[in-house]
Design a binder for this molecule. Structure first.
Ligand SMILES: Cc1cc2nc3c(=O)[nH]c(=O)nc-3n(C[C@H](O)[C@H](O)[C@H](O)COP(=O)(O)OP(=O)(O)OC[C@H]3O[C@@H](n4cnc5c(N)ncnc54)[C@H](O)[C@@H]3O)c2cc1C
Length: 499
């Protein structure tokens, strides 16, 4: 197979998807190539989901793009209905030294143009967040920070991009790039696709490297030395639905040299989440979790919120930050090939900055001669699921309904109906694994973690999944990859033993 395009984007994380989404109505032939079987399978899937205030980063593109990115989120939510809420955030100080530190961060924020920062006294903090450790002495409040569902954002972006004509190739791994080897002197990209590793080629005049942890490898294929990555893992604990509802804002501790420290937050779906730590020089593929790191995170989080019940833990996970040697995002034309733009080394706050990153990439493509434009003309995207409050007797009746009835409840913990499962599977992106269904509908996200609904979801996949090069994967992504994650019961036992 040989496909010709005007623009190739490597990587369907939030950066690649946002870039494709912005460009979707440019009248250009755009191709997005992704090695995984779904969008959002790199660091975009496993992060804190915080839309940061924009005060923390001192300089460079990370400092410059965070706040403008944040400002675009309310409008993105109205267009895409993916799950974003302005909650505000607090950095909590527990000593006089830390309280002084807050003043420096406030000054930094003002320098970055952030205009909704305020220092709070202990009494103000406790009035706003009754669960916070009463030993708190002060906090820095950022009114406009928020929380988002990063994978639902990326799904929504790519769904709308594909509906507008962008072509998406999952299970397709870029193996080689010849910057002048395509037809008419275009860029030739050679890939391996699907379970059979079939060779496919793409040719285009322009290319964006948004390959996340793989962006250094892509840069090496170009031999331009522009992206040199190391990897920093962060682990998390996620608690049952409803557990996050007693926390209003995102609660940070004082930042460290390695990042923003351990946070306590609710997810947009009301789960309490704590993490991440910062483990330097890890393997980019290593998203395992371990009891000792999780126990440290748990203890650190209890400095902010002393009442966290380990019995409510449902899942542990981790994500890997791709850190460039410059310490900054690398968003620039390749030093050897000006029609290739790097959007690489997008560590934190890359989710927040993504809308502004895509805008900058668009400008750089324009400068390189590609007439990419952005227009927001689509009707708001229909969300996949609605409110879930089915009373117990009705829930039981609907669980017992036969397959083929749209009212049938497939996932009892999250109350997901057959109609919602089929809607998710029949949109513009191929949905080929139980986890892909889970990310779109929440089937399998609840207390039993899919033990009840996974066999039912697999039946729907067998009957209804759209054809895709990677075929259907019937197990969880994690089980399939052989990654080991600490289970809820293992962690609870370890915490009991540690006292
Ligand atoms: C622990 C942690 C916490 C974070 N918390 C926050 C936060 O709270 N707020 C915030 O703003 N940011 C946060 N971030 C940062 C944010 O997650 C990232 O900046 C963002 O997800 C980067 O997106 P990306 O599209 O560049 O990369 P990715 O999401 O990694 O996407 C890159 C894609 O490229 C694909 N790919 C790679 N190589 C190839 C190849 N050869 N061929 C085809 N495809 C390829 C990958 O499969 C992947 O899907 C956090 C990150 C981590 C790890």
């Amino acid at each position: 197979m040989n496909q010709t395009a005007d623009l190739i984007i490597i990587g369907a994380g939030v950066v690649g998807a946002m870039t494709a989404w912005r460009a979707r109505h440019s009248g250009l032939r755009i191709v997005v190539i992704e090695q995984a079987n779904d969008v959002s399978m790199g660091s975009t899937k496993a992060n804190s989901g915080i839309i940061h205030g924009g005060y923390a980063e001192k300089s460079g593109l990370r400092g410059k793009l965070c706040y403008p990115g944040r400002l675009m989120y309310p409008e993105l939510e109205r267009a895409l209905n993916f799950g974003f809420r302005t909650t505000g955030s607090m950095i909590l100080a527990f000593s006089e030294d830390e309280a002084h530190g807050l003043e420096a961060i406030l000054a930094q924020g003002r320098q970055n143009g952030v205009d909704d920062l305020e220092l709070l006294t202990r009494e103000q903090v406790m009035a706003m967040e009754s669960e916070v450790n009463p030993a708190v002495s002060a906090a820095l409040w950022c009114r406009g920070a928020g929380i988002a569902s990063p994978y639902e954002l990326t799904i929504a972006l790519m769904e709308q991009a594909v509906e507008a004509g962008v072509r998406f190739f999952p299970s397709t791994k870029v193996k080689a790039i010849d910057p002048d080897g395509g037809t008419d002197g275009g860029i030739r990209v050679t890939c391996e696709q699907g379970v059979s590793n079939q060779t496919v080629e793409f040719t285009a005049g322009h290319l964006v490297n948004a390959a996340g942890a793989g962006s250094g490898v892509v840069s090496a294929m170009l031999d331009d030395g522009d992206v040199r990555l190391t990897f920093r893992k962060g682990e998390y604990l996620l608690f049952r639905k409803g557990s996050g509802e007693r926390i209003n804002a995102v609660l940070f501790q004082m930042p460290t040299a390695l990042g923003k420290g351990i946070l306590v937050t609710s997810t947009v779906h009301g789960n309490l989440m704590i993490g991440p730590d910062a483990q330097n020089d890890t393997d980019p593929e290593d998203t395992a979790t371990d009891v000792s790191s999780l126990a440290t995170i748990f203890r650190e989080a209890m400095r902010s919120v002393p009442r966290i019940d380990p019995a409510h833990l449902i899942r542990t996970f981790s994500g890997v930050r791709a850190i460039d040697a410059s310490g900054d995002f690398v968003i620039k034309p390749s030093s050897k090939h000006p029609r290739i733009i790097h959007a690489a080394g997008i560590q934190s706050p890359g989710l927040t900055a993504a809308p502004a990153i895509a805008e900058l990439v668009q400008q750089q493509l324009n400068d390189a001669g590609l007439p990419v434009s952005c227009s927001w003309v689509d009707a708001p995207r229909r969300p996949i699921y609605g409110p879930r409050n089915v009373p117990t007797p009705e829930l039981k009746e609907r669980i017992a309904l036969p397959k083929g009835n749209p009212e049938r409840i497939v996932c009892r913990c999250e109350q997901v109906s057959e109609a919602e499962i089929l809607d998710a599977m029949q949109r513009s992106l191929p949905v080929t694994s139980p986890d892909a269904v889970k990310r779109r509908t929440r089937a399998g996200m609840g207390w039993c973690q899919g033990q009840f609904c996974r066999p039912r979801v697999v039946e729907y996949l067998r009957d209804h999944a759209l054809e895709a090069p990677g075929g259907i994967l019937e197990t969880e992504d994690v089980a399939h990859s052989g990654i080991s994650r600490v289970r809820g019961d293992e962690f609870k036992k370890a915490i009991r033993e540690l006292g």
